[in-house]
Design a protein around this ligand. Structure first.
Ligand SMILES: [Zn+2]
Length: 153
């Protein structure tokens, strides 16, 4: 992925920190998800007084895209930190990695962790979720179609 495209995604993810709703942890997270169609879907973490209903920034972005019929993705950038300070990389939690596994090719989908426009590291989903369980594990047919192309009746 070209550096300018990566930096654009980082900038968008950082912009999402302003929308983070994190009154309990104060840990703000922003995400920018690049779809194969070239569109970018944004997300922030959204906490809840009951804790359980909280949603991560990554899944917010994925669910926005999927709810609009988009199921093929190239990369996601994730940034976050206490009070939105970007002192360290914020890798996706296990639940979010599993959601990525549902819609993305593990060897190709890129996860960009950043603390600034020029300070970032790029991983593949396979690197962050080795031996992941995905749609291909459930049926031969879904494996042939690839993730994200399963017809659900
Ligand atoms: Zn998560």
């Amino acid at each position: 992925m070209p550096e300018t495209e990566i930096q654009e995604l980082i900038g968008t993810a950082i912009g999402q920190l302003a929308y983070s709703y994190a009154p309990y942890s104060s840990f703000r997270v922003g995400a920018a998800l690049l779809a194969q169609n070239g569109r970018v879907y944004t997300g922030c973490n959204i906490e809840n007084a009951a804790y359980g209903p909280s949603n991560c920034a990554e899944r917010t972005a994925f669910f926005k895209a999927v709810s609009e019929g988009v199921r093929q993705f190239r990369a996601i950038c994730v940034v976050g930190g206490p009070e939105g300070r970007l002192d360290a990389y914020t890798p996706p939690c296990g639940v979010c990695r599993q959601v990525m596994m549902e819609f993305c090719q593990p060897e190709e989908f890129e996860i960009i962790l950043a603390t600034g426009i020029k300070d970032y590291k790029v991983y593949t989903l396979k690197e962050l979720l080795p031996q992941g369980f995905g749609p291909g594990n459930l049926s031969k047919e879904s494996e042939e179609n690839g993730p994200g192309n399963i017809e659900i009746c």
